[in-house]
Design a protein. Structure first.
Length: 551
């Protein structure tokens, strides 16, 4: 969740994008039989006492000196004090909630401090401000002015066996800096394979070589160990210019050398890394696509299943209190007021699922809340709120809770848009739910298929239910798999538990509480999801007059 661009504070502020790279050393060891499994979460505060989570790095197994591959990309406003809090946790379970994980320390600072230092190493502190053992955190900041990326396709052959007959290889790419080698990218692990082919990946030239094609890049090949003590198979150094020589027909090859084996007689190498493609392209940004005429289409889906409780009772999540709102309305209002700025006509199709619907009283998993199948659109967020209030008393809350029908419904439109072979439309499905899901297999399949379409899914969980199913779908550490083993091409699901924010409104357009923080957290990943999808398909927006296309 780290590469998002949260909405800025307003048009009067000029933003620079800054990329933050995180590493830690000497973390406290909280596990008995192994080392800690660290993750770093970034929280941002731009006003008052309210913090919101901006994103998280990947979790690294059994490691007290982690170098995180996932970067944070933040809009830096020179004239604003942007407070940052980097919190490091030892992850002990699969839940999204970090409060049940061991706390390894935090650093609170401002983005201005990080930018002015460029590289900053500080002591990690506990909540009571005592040192967190000997743990330190290093933050490296770099302004993003170069939007070029290198698209890689890499394989290897004849790698050394590290355990009986096999190895589990992965690669790490490092950039040379004034203070040493800095991790730019880590591939996935290919299990039990001495001739692996890794999934295609992209690395920004900024992270890889500072934009200099003749600068040395180090590539390490490791055999993965669950304990975290990975065995080095071998390394090589090369420039980006040398890597660009590779093609599918004639890959450029680099010998993997293990320094410990150089003294051995007849030692040649520990395998060969083959670069089949290293293509440098200039990527368009989210704003390039928006300014170039790409429309963002938002669909809202509301959970009307029986697990929400009887709407006539105060215990129900659908109960409208004397002030005129409930958690569903609050979530609609908070997120909708931000997303409607990206939708030119501000007409939102809104669907319900999991209720018995008049006049037939059949259970429906995809019905328009205005009961008009020919025209399910509501005018603006006010129209959505009005349709919800009118619809609620006419329904019988039922079940089960099926997500797949509404996901597939929006995916049909995204599929049609993709056939235009242009970055003209991107679809965002906002699902507001109490978290109980019954068609998990079908939902996983639907999400994996949608990952190949111009589409993202935002899930806001309301109430106090167990959201482990939602957290499973928001697969930040590894890509989601369908039941038949089909792997998603990208992560398109963003889950946010509403209870972490609890904003409130007076419904005259006045935001209260954490509404802005909720909207920023929900939408943090969206800009990168839009730009990365269209860039990966080499699609340009309809109006290229305002943007410079990929080179």
């Amino acid at each position: 969740m780290a590469s998002g661009g949260a909405p800025g504070p307003g048009p009067l502020h000029i933003a620079t994008k800054v990329e933050l790279t995180i590493s830690c050393e000497n973390l406290m060891d909280m596990d008995i039989f192994s080392k800690s499994d660290p993750l770093c979460a970034l929280y941002i505060n731009t006003s008052g006492s309210q913090w919101y989570e901006f994103g998280r790095t990947e979790m690294i197994l059994n490691c007290l000196n982690p170098k995180f591959a996932k970067k944070f990309i933040i809009d830096y406003y020179f004239e604003m004090v942007q407070r940052l809090k980097f919190c490091v946790y030892d992850i002990d379970n699969n839940t999204y909630d970090l409060s049940d994980d061991d706390f390894l320390g935090e650093l609170e600072c401002t983005l201005g401090q990080v930018v002015s230092n460029r590289q900053m190493t500080r002591q990690l502190l506990l909540k009571d401000k005592r040192p967190a053992g000997h743990g330190t955190i290093t933050i490296y900041a770099e302004e993003i002015t170069d939007t070029r990326v290198a698209n890689f396709e890499v394989s290897a052959r004849r790698l050394d066996k590290k355990y009986l007959w096999w190895s589990d290889p992965f690669l790490e790419f490092y950039r040379q800096t004034e203070t040493g080698w800095q991790l730019a990218h880590r591939t996935e692990v290919v299990k039990n394979n001495l001739n692996p082919t890794w999934r295609p990946f992209r690395i920004s030239l900024r992270s890889l070589c500072g934009g200099h094609v003749e600068k040395s890049i180090k590539v390490d090949c490791y055999d993965h160990h669950f304990s975290g003590s990975h065995d080095l198979i071998g390394s090589f150094k090369a420039t980006l210019a040398e890597m660009q020589m590779g093609t599918h027909i004639s890959p450029v090859e680099f010998e993997c050398i293990n320094p410990k084996k150089l003294k051995k007689k007849n030692y040649k190498n520990s395998g060969v890394i083959c670069i089949k493609q290293c293509q440098v392209v200039k990527e368009l940004t989210f704003l390039d696509y928006i300014m170039g005429g790409c429309q963002i289409n938002f669909t809202i889906a509301i959970d009307f299943t029986g697990s929400n409780g009887d709407p006539s009772t105060p215990q129900s999540l659908h109960y409208i209190n004397p002030e005129g709102y409930n958690e569903y309305l609050t979530a609609i209002w908070a997120v909708g007021n931000v997303i409607q700025d990206y939708d030119s006509n501000k007409m939102f199709p809104v669907f319900g699922f999991g209720a018995q619907v008049p006049p037939s009283w059949q259970v429906s998993h995809q019905f328009p809340v205005n009961f008009n199948p020919a025209n399910p659109f509501c005018a603006g967020i006010e129209g959505v709120v009005h349709a919800y209030r009118q619809c609620l008393p006419q329904l019988k809350l039922w079940g089960p809770t099926n997500f797949a029908p509404i996901i597939n419904h929006v995916a049909c439109f995204a599929k049609q848009a993709l056939r235009q072979n242009m970055a003209s439309q991107y679809f965002v499905l906002l699902i507001i739910t109490d978290g109980v899901i019954t068609d998990m297999d079908q939902t996983r399949t639907a999400i994996v298929e949608a990952s190949r379409l111009p589409m993202s899914i935002i899930i806001v969980g309301v109430g106090g239910a167990d959201f482990s199913a939602m957290e499973f779908l928001d697969s930040d550490d590894k890509l989601l798999c369908s039941p038949n083993g089909d792997v998603a091409s990208r992560d398109i699901v963003q889950f946010v538990p509403f209870r972490d924010f609890q904003p409130s409104f007076d419904f005259i357009g006045q935001h209260k509480g954490n509404s802005v923080a909720l909207a920023q957290s929900v939408l943090a990943e969206l800009p990168d999801q839009v730009s990365s999808f269209f860039n990966s398909y080499k699609l340009k927006p309809p109006n290229m007059l305002n943007v410079s296309g990929p080179s």
